[in-house]
Design a protein around this ligand. Structure first.
Ligand SMILES: O=C(O)c1ccccc1NCC(=O)[C@H](O)[C@H](O)COP(=O)(O)O
Length: 210
């Protein structure tokens, strides 16, 4: 299973988290976020990473040329769209960045929203289901109603996000079968500062399933 640890700001934590077992690291390119990083910070954070670790830039309602430039300058392997991007936008972005994984994040409030999520599947490589918060786009620590996701089976791969922690991850995965998981505040000391003990505990818990 893919494991993405999101909201990395410190270069030395990138390497440590990849060594612990993360398959993907997420970098927040949304200027209003307390986890925001510049292109130079992303470059520093990915410089020592093994090739096989996915480097995902998280954007919200950003225009294609800006995403494109950041992806090139930072060496991103994936772009996560965390705003109100429509399927047509995802399609255009995919054509502009054919080598880059396009991930559409959806903040799920109801079954109706979940049905909407499936419409994106043909325009993106991967979906990411996150919890809804009225004021914040992401990194909120709010969990989704996992029971509601039990029948979720889109035609592309998908990540479960939203309030996952080392303490609740096994309960979540006993109810839902995503292709990957995404964690941020659940493995943090404070926004952007990851708690490596919690990251290690997460992989210990995941290892206990095998
Ligand atoms: O994390 C942020 O600060 C953020 C800001 C704006 C848009 C997206 C953001 N995070 C996106 C992520 O992929 C988080 O990992 C996801 O929301 C889960 O966060 P958490 O509930 O804290 O695990």
């Amino acid at each position: 299973m893919r494991v993405k640890i999101c909201g990395i700001t410190q270069p030395q934590q990138s390497v440590a988290i990849a060594t612990l077992g993360a398959t993907a690291l997420g970098f927040i390119c949304v200027p209003t976020s307390p986890r925001y990083v510049t292109t130079a910070q992303i470059r520093a954070a990915v410089a020592q990473l093994p090739e096989n670790i996915d480097r995902i830039g998280v954007f919200a309602n950003t225009d294609i040329s800006k995403i494109n430039q950041t992806a090139i300058d930072s060496g991103l392997t994936g772009v996560q769209l965390h705003g109100d991007e429509l399927p047509e936008f995802c399609d255009q972005l995919r054509q502009a960045l054919p080598q880059v994984e396009i991930i559409k994040a959806l903040r799920i409030r109801s079954l109706e929203h979940l049905e909407k999520a499936a419409h994106y599947a043909q325009y993106v490589d991967t979906l990411l289901l996150d919890a809804y918060h009225p004021q914040q786009l992401g990194g909120t620590g709010q969990t989704l109603d996992w029971q509601m996701l039990q029948q979720f089976s889109p035609s592309c791969s998908w990540f479960l996000a939203g309030g996952l922690t080392p303490d609740n991850i096994l309960t979540a995965l006993s109810q839902v079968k995503p292709d990957g998981i995404d964690l941020s505040s659940g493995v943090e000391i404070k926004p952007g500062d990851k708690d490596l003990d919690k990251v290690a505990l997460l992989f210990e818990k995941l290892g206990s399933r095998e």
